[in-house]
Design a protein around this ligand. Structure first.
Ligand SMILES: Cc1cc2nc3c(=O)[nH]c(=O)nc-3n(C[C@H](O)[C@H](O)[C@H](O)COP(=O)(O)OP(=O)(O)OC[C@H]3O[C@@H](n4cnc5c(N)ncnc54)[C@H](O)[C@@H]3O)c2cc1C
Length: 436
């Protein structure tokens, strides 16, 4: 450690490393501190790494589309190599299925505004392209033990199915974070692992550094909270939690793996699907598997976690059956394994499931939190916008009164970062789910 830092970043997940990289480009000397032994070992390690552009707000859609250009041109974005190799973007295409009566123009208008390509398929085309699919509707989503679980609605799914050709997923999320760590180091950034921040040090209303659990103190006039599901604890340490209108808390989530059906071709059907009719999503996973998750329909109980260091990391029978059986309604030939496999991790959920990218009431203390299960894909754009917010505020700009505007690099759009304010009113047109 050189010991002389402009900015400390708590966390080395996808957001922490992306922020370090962008701050390094502006000439700041950064140190990321993480209590785990390597970058990307926190909640990012269990992300499904789905890259899609469907969000409920224009700004949310814009940062997703903007980031897609970096994922697609990863080596160019990183400006460096990594001895471990580079993560790969798998351009699978993505399908959006909704129940009958859902107004698809909600998403399409945002995509039109940003010139994001999509195709409209009707049910007939869906069945031509995905012959192993059922077009029956089972809306509203139910738990597997609901007596009406398999009851078909009298209507079919929405006749407007949207196909997004250039979305996909990243094949190795932890490697992608390591790649950005190397990119940040290439700009002079430093990393400290296996060290836990236990105190945010302050003087005269300004942050002056952090204290670690081994008693060591590290000085810097700027600290960024990018601690994922631990964000509320760090905000409490900084004494700002009570002064934020929008708060964050950890939510436990399960994702399951099942074998793909025999007729599902890894080569011909490389599609990831958001299925609002069933309240779930799925995508193909390496090893002829399908990965399946929940889109938080009302019937799925929410398991809020008090202590993000202690929660049940085992797959539960009820959630496995609910998520996997729902998928079997859409793909009737889906093999259901006896052995229930999956991963369990935490979302860092904000009150309206829209992230907080902002300054705070403590001078020099910044927030990249509340990622609500859907911000892995946005790492590149979030790194950029956080660096711009920090740079502007540290040069005297009043971001609370006049939110920083960020001209995006790849698309013709200027982001009003006020939408990500800690003091916004709850965004009512949010989906209040992982869909953002
Ligand atoms: C099951 C699951 C599936 C998901 N699927 C998708 C998806 O398909 N697409 C998508 O875009 N997003 C998805 N997400 C969301 C996405 O993964 C997260 O939004 C993103 O990874 C959060 O990154 P982060 O850097 O904020 O947090 P993290 O990766 O959790 O990093 C925070 C880091 O802070 C460290 N830390 C915490 N407290 C301290 C402390 N006191 N001292 C030092 N270090 C500390 C932690 O060790 C951790 O490494 C998913 C999330 C989950 C859980």
């Amino acid at each position: 450690m050189s010991g002389n830092y402009d900015i400390l970043i708590i966390g080395s997940g996808i957001l922490g490393v992306s922020i370090a990289f962008e701050l390094g480009k502006l000439g700041y000397r950064t140190l990321n501190i993480d209590k785990l032994p390597a970058a990307g070992f926190g909640s990012t390690s269990n992300t499904c790494a789905i890259i899609r552009t469907t969000y409920s707000t224009l700004d949310g859609t814009a940062i997703a589309y903007e980031s897609l250009f970096s994922w697609k041109n990863w080596r160019t974005y990183l400006e460096t190599d990594d001895e471990l190799g580079l993560a790969q973007f798998k351009e699978t295409g993505g399908l959006l299925i909704k129940p009958n009566g859902f107004d698809m123009t909600r998403y399409l208008k945002l995509h039109d505004r940003l010139s994001i390509p999509y195709e409209i398929w009707d049910r007939k085309k869906l069945l031509q392209r995905m012959p192993h699919f059922s077009d029956d509707s089972f809306y509203p989503p139910k738990r597997y033990d609901d007596p009406c679980f398999t009851s078909k609605s009298t209507e079919k799914i929405n006749d407007t199915v949207v196909f997004f050709p250039n979305v996909g997923y990243i094949n190795d999320a932890v490697l992608s974070v390591h790649n950005v760590q190397r990119a940040a180091e290439n700009k002079g950034g430093e990393f400290l692992f296996s060290k836990k921040v236990v105190k945010i040090r302050q003087s005269n209303g300004r942050v002056i550094g952090v204290q670690l659990s081994d008693g060591m103190t590290i000085k810097a006039p700027i600290v960024v909270n990018a601690s994922g599901p631990h964000s509320f604890l760090i905000n409490r340490m900084a004494g700002i939690e009570g002064r934020m209108k929008i708060k964050t808390r950890p939510l436990r989530h399960e994702v399951h793996f099942v074998p793909s059906p025999p007729e599902y071709s890894y080569e011909k059907d490389p599609i990831q699907v958001s299925d609002g009719d069933l309240g779930g999503y799925h995508r193909l996973e390496t090893g002829k598997l399908i990965l399946v998750g929940s889109e938080d329909p009302e019937c799925d109980p929410k398991e809020w976690i008090e202590d993000p260091d202690h929660f049940n990391r085992a797959v539960t029978d009820a959630q496995f059956k609910t998520q996997v059986y729902r998928l079997a309604l859409r793909i009737p030939s889906l093999p259901i394994p006896n052995r229930q496999k999956g991963i369990v991790d935490l979302y860092d959920v904000s009150d309206d499931w829209i992230p907080i990218y902002d300054a705070s009431d403590l001078k020099g203390f910044y927030l990249a939190v509340g990622t609500s299960g859907n911000q892995y894909k946005n790492g590149p754009a979030v790194g950029h916008l956080m660096a711009e917010i920090i740079h502007a505020c540290e040069n005297g700009h009043n971001h609370d009164e006049d939110p920083v505007k960020v001209k995006l690099r790849h698309i013709d759009y200027t982001l009003d970062t006020g939408i990500f304010s800690r003091n916004r009113d709850v965004i009512q047109n949010s989906t209040f789910s992982v869909l953002g």
